[in-house]
Design a protein around this ligand. Structure first.
Ligand code: PLP
Length: 386
């Protein structure tokens, strides 16, 4: 058994990141400024976006995109239930109604037939997630949105480095929202980025992320000492230069970080092929390059002989951490009471929510760590069988 606990995720921080943050700390400018501006440019370049707007988190990004959309009571936004609650909260708190569509239980991506079935004249946007770093079927969703004149908003929190039909996520004209939370493939500690091809939207988002003021602090206190005006009231959701310096260093290492994830995930695939008690999500049926943000398996008690939560506890006892990405949002207390769903409507999301487990996967893991995880899993099953 492993002597040391293996967490489900851990950021990869090298001297490059430490030096970048230290330089910024000593630079005399800590909040949004030159680092943030450079991070936006480099991120846009990395994903082929026309515009990139840095924000405090992906969650802040959803709020701002929805604020820019100008929602009215009764408006609806279609989204996944098998996701982190963040986009659903943003929809609900922005005054629209979150409408859940079901997923394909094998790829965990939104089922677009299920999306079509819940569209109404009040639908203003579709907000899919690229689950675990595999891409949702963007061409089909994009066509659906343009035929109805509604907005596509991608939750790209897992999708830095993901490609769909040979193109990076973030390159399309519709807004995509990335996360740099500490467990994401690229981290700033906390942070987010909105990409868009629409210059007017980018300009508005820059205003909305900072009180609705037309000049940010760098411009007001920097060399360009200018006046300011308030165009429309908003909150404060800017990314600091300390965070951006960290993000820039991580972005420089993107290829290395992704290559490591791919190597580890490939090893999991071959080792877990020999563990019949577990099933796993499959690749999407169109050309793609996954970012391998999460490595998930399904613990179905009929096949595995134990429940998911027992499986997690058994691995924990063997010094292996696991994660829960995710519980279906419509089954969490608030949403269950607020928007009860007809039985069967979201049956695939519910099936997965009860069985999914995230195994450890992070760039600094070693191949021996993957071996430890699989050995612990085999041990859990053989202990049950005997
Ligand atoms: C992490 C995550 C978010 C939220 O990102 P933050 O930067 O923490 O706000 C949104 N959606 C999904 C699917 C996520 O995993």
């Amino acid at each position: 058994m492993r002597a040391e606990f293996l967490p489900v995720a851990r950021p990869s921080i090298t001297d490059l990141e430490v030096a970048a943050v230290e330089t910024t700390l000593r630079s005399g400018w800590l909040t949004s400024g030159p680092q943030t501006a450079a991070f936006e440019e480099e991120f846009a370049e990395a994903v082929g976006a026309k515009h990139a707007v840095a924000v405090a988190s992906a969650t802040a990004g959803f709020f701002l995109v929805l604020q820019a959309l100008g929602l009215e009571e009764g408006d609806e936004i279609v989204t996944a239930s098998l996701t982190w609650p963040s986009p659903v909260n943003a929809i609900h708190l922005s005054g629209a109604r979150p409408v859940f569509a079901d997923i394909h239980p094998d790829t965990l991506q939104l089922d677009i037939d299920s999306v079509e079935a819940v569209l109404t004249p009040r639908t203003r946007a579709i907000l899919p997630v690229h689950f675990a770093g595999q891409p949702v079927d963007l061409d089909r969703l994009g066509e659906l949105c343009s035929s109805r004149g509604i907005l596509l908003i991608e939750d790209a929190a897992h999708a830095i480095g993901t490609q769909y039909r040979g193109r990076p996520i973030g390159e399309r004209d519709n807004p995509a929202v990335f996360s740099f939370h500490a467990i994401k493939n690229v981290t700033c500690g906390e942070g987010g980025m909105i990409t868009t091809g629409d210059p007017a939207l980018a300009q508005r988002l820059r205003r909305l992320r900072f009180h609705g003021i037309d000049q940010d602090a760098w411009k007001r206190h920097g060399k360009e000492a200018a006046s300011y005006d308030l165009i429309e009231p908003s909150g404060k959701h800017n990314l600091t230069d300390l965070q951006a310096a960290l993000g820039r260093a991580q972005l420089q290492r993107l290829d290395e970080l992704q290559a490591s994830r791919l190597r580890l995930a490939t090893l999991y695939e071959s080792l877990l092929d020999q563990v019949p008690e577990l099933s796993r999500p499959v690749r999407v049926p169109y050309p793609s390059k996954p970012a391998w943000h999460l490595y998930t398996v399904f613990v179905d008690s009929e096949r595995a002989g134990l429940e998911r939560d027992q499986f997690r506890a058994e691995l924990r006892r063997r010094n292996i951490g696991t994660g829960l990405h995710f519980l279906a949002v419509h089954e969490l207390s608030y949403y269950r009471q607020k928007f009860p769903q007809p039985p069967g409507m979201l049956r695939h999301s519910e099936w997965v929510s009860a069985r999914i487990v995230t195994l450890p996967l992070f760039a600094d893991m070693q191949e021996g760590d993957v071996g430890d995880v699989v050995e612990a899993i085999r041990d859990v099953f053989s202990a049950r069988a005997s």
